[in-house]
Structures are given as C-alpha cells and as structure tokens.
Design a protein around this ligand. Sequence first.
Ligand code: NCD
Length: 314
Amino acid sequence: MSRSLLSISDLGETGLRRLLSIADHMAEVNRRPNPKVPALRGKTVCNLFFEDSTRTRLSFETAAKRLSADTMNFAVSQSSLNKGESLRDTVETIAAMGVDAFVIRHGSSGAPWQLGAWTNASVINAGDGWHAHPTQALLDMYTVRTTLNRLEGFDGLSVAMVGDIKHSRVARSTTEAFKMLGADVTWVAPRTLLPPSHREHVVSNLDEVLDDIDIVYLLRMQKERMNEALVPNLREYTTRFGLTPERAARLGDHVLVMHPGPMNRGVEMAVDPSELRGSVINQQVTNGINVRMAVLFDLLGSGSENSLAGSAEV
Ligand code: NCD
C-alpha cells in the first residue's frame, strides 16, 4: 500500500517536521540557476482538479516537473465525466495508464479518502470541501519557520486567524499545524462564520487582538460556499474584520501578514499588500513549490533507489 498525504492530523508532528526539513533541501535546489533534479524520473503524477485553482495546481505541476516526474493534467470540463462516467471509473481508467500519485482537489469533504480506496497510487489532498488542505498548512509553516528563523518550533508565537473560518479548509489545516508546532491561535470571526464546534479561543473583532499578535492570517471570504447571507454586508465585514489602513498602521514592525490567496481586495484585504512591511504573501506562493516538492519526494522518492540520502543530486 503506498503512502498518502491526506491531512495534517494523519501526518502528525514528526511527519510535519520531516517534510519541513526536506523542504529546506528543495529550497536549495530551487535557488540553483537550473532548478531541476532527476529524483523522480520515471514517476507519473496526475493532477485531478475538480474545483478551480490557480496557485495550487500550477504549484504541484511545477514541483513534479522540477523533480523530473511526468505529469498528467485532467481537465474535468473536457472529460468523460460529462458523458456520465462515474468518478470511480474515471480514476480506475487513469490509474490503469500507470500513475504513481494522484493530486486531488474536490468540493466534497472526504473525496481524497474515497480515491485512496480505489487506487494503489499515493493520494495527495490538494483541498477537499471545507475539510482539509494539508499542503497549504505546510507552506504556511515553512514560510513562518524560514522568515522568523524558527527551526525548533513556534513556542510563544501568537497567531490571529481572521475571517471565514467556517468554510475554510485552510483555517482548519493551518490552525492544526500552527498548534502542533507550539503557536497559540485565536480565531477572529463573526459567530455566523464559525464552525458549530471548536476548541479555539475566539474573538469577534480584529481590534481586540491587534496589539498582541505576531502573525495575522487573513482568510478569503468564500462566497461560492455560502448559500445564505452570513454577514450583513461586505462593508460591515471589512469594518470589523478587514485589514484596513488604520489597522495596518497599528501592527508592530515584527508582525507577519499572511493570506492563502486568492484575496478579495477591498474586503478582507483593504490595503495594498505590496505596501505592507510584514507581508509574506508572495513568499507563501514561492514556498508552495518547496513543500510540494518535499511531499512528492517523501511519498515517491524516499525508501526507493531515489532516497534523499543516496541522491547526491538533491
Ligand atoms: C485556498 C483554497 O482553495 O482552499 N486557496 C489556495 O489553495 N491557495 C483558499 C481559498 O480558496 O480561499
């Protein structure tokens, strides 16, 4: 049975730390003039994206190519799913072509687990419904670790995760990873945008925490996942939860500003992020490639003839 990456809890703290340290090697590869190594030559990675994505899909594809894996991109809109073929038949057909790993994004929570029951290939969860997005959490942890030079962990760091927690798989996975590494996480959200049960400390106005935090993590308002009006209007939301110029001016010099993208400018991000001293949003995107290379290498390369220790080229 091949190994998979489905959630941060499955990975555990040891797995999380292992991937962050493999990502250091991948960052070194990515700094080279020719950022490509033969580590996964002969392996095939298939991207199955059932939801829209810019950065996650391109990031996985780039990561696979930099490790010399072959990539297949499955376009849902041009597939036989539109002729009524079931997801299971589609997956088994693709697997029969010889796939070592599936990268799946799906609107239904649990879809990657289902896929794992149908294939012997590794499965990587690139976001399932409201549930989990483990590689986003990894790139977030890697960004904090390298920016603040916190190799040991995040003890004493205080994080505010702000906005639409209820519909956000990023909020769940990234909160879990921050806590695993020792940070304190506060959720800043209106009641209507909180999940029904949670153990996090919650406040209902960004101003309450602004002076005490080291990291402000803004979430996108996920309009496509809302069937009901959960906020009175977006202007009201920005007044209480948005990063406005006034709030940005109050942030301490050391505070990092993070966002998983895509962002709603003028809603949660009511300033130009390029003018924020502490913004690491572009580093998050860059680090996405480092951590996804680490995940692919860990699942498909290590333990085989391609192991990191044995490969002088990585
Ligand atoms: C996130 C996602 O799709 O879960 N985006 C991403 O992967 N960078 C966050 C979002 O869509 O709000």
